[in-house]
Design a protein around this ligand. Sequence first.
Ligand SMILES: Cc1cc2nc3c(=O)[nH]c(=O)nc-3n(C[C@H](O)[C@H](O)[C@H](O)COP(=O)(O)OP(=O)(O)OC[C@H]3O[C@@H](n4cnc5c(N)ncnc54)[C@H](O)[C@@H]3O)c2cc1C
Length: 304
Amino acid sequence: MKDLVIIGAGPAGMTAGIYATRAGLSALVLEHNYVSGGQIINTYEVDNYPGFPGINGFDLAQKMREHADALGVVFDTADVRRVERIDGGFRVSSDKDPIDTKTVIIASGADHSKLGIPGEDTYGGMGVSYCATCDGAFYRGKDVAVIGGGDVAVEDAIFLARACRKVYVVHRRDALRAQKSLQDKLFACDNVEIVWDSNGTAIEGKDGKVSALIVQNKFSGETKKLDVDGVFIAVGIVPNSEVFGGLIDQDDKGYILADETGATSTPGIFAAGDVRAKALRQIVTAVGDGANAVAAVERYLNEQ
Ligand SMILES: Cc1cc2nc3c(=O)[nH]c(=O)nc-3n(C[C@H](O)[C@H](O)[C@H](O)COP(=O)(O)OP(=O)(O)OC[C@H]3O[C@@H](n4cnc5c(N)ncnc54)[C@H](O)[C@@H]3O)c2cc1C
């Protein structure tokens, strides 16, 4: 039986792996992606992680993974589908052989939310995208729309404005939620037009690809058709916590409830990073959570 299984190799999971290995625990990090790093692998620029000003997200993820590898952290590629109680701990089931462990750190992070408007699923991958840094290059010289007004939406719009002819930012309010520094960069782009107080209501296509976004002003009700080749949706995130339902308490949005140490409602299961209920979802807080959770795991194991 392992001391610890860590689910997810984003910043939180990799940090937990580093702390657990240095603490001499028999630990295993399970990640369903072939690349470690979680959400940051799709981040063009990270400018608020101390020591690495302006680093590309993929590069930061690589550095974290290299650091973990150098310390001997053990990773495996597996899609975790269930965690259940067994005598003396938990069984973690995935698409590979089940693993028995005394403790679990859930560091499965979060994923983009969907808008749920007509055309979103039909044109998924054919003009509808949730990742500007992954797909933006396909829209060089074209017109695109970004839906959202937070950090991710604004960062996406700035990134797209470098290569696209025109970028519409469709936002349901009259002010953006993004950090001021990002807003300043956005307002300095002369090929960006912000469509205020409006919702994207439908995505239309031609020959199997996106050809337009329909937007509606929420006050006047007036609709407008934006002729675009791409629609980038950045309207928030949802926690990757579904598979743990029933085992641990979650809030009404599915974020795992945990105390400051990462302890959840089930003794022996800890949560770290974006998957847990918390005020600020960032890399620094995710790595802090990962370290804290391992300290809590050590205390828990010592008490058994
Ligand atoms: C576009 C974008 C830009 C951002 N920019 C910044 C920034 O500039 N600065 C900053 O501090 N933060 C930024 N963030 C936020 C930051 O990326 C997150 O706060 C951070 O990645 C959270 O780390 P995490 O380890 O908790 O989760 P994640 O990064 O989400 O990693 C979770 C990992 O768990 C894996 N996983 C999920 N479910 C399973 C399962 N069932 N089985 C196995 N593996 C699983 C996932 O594949 C993923 O690799 C940005 C986020 C986005 C999307």
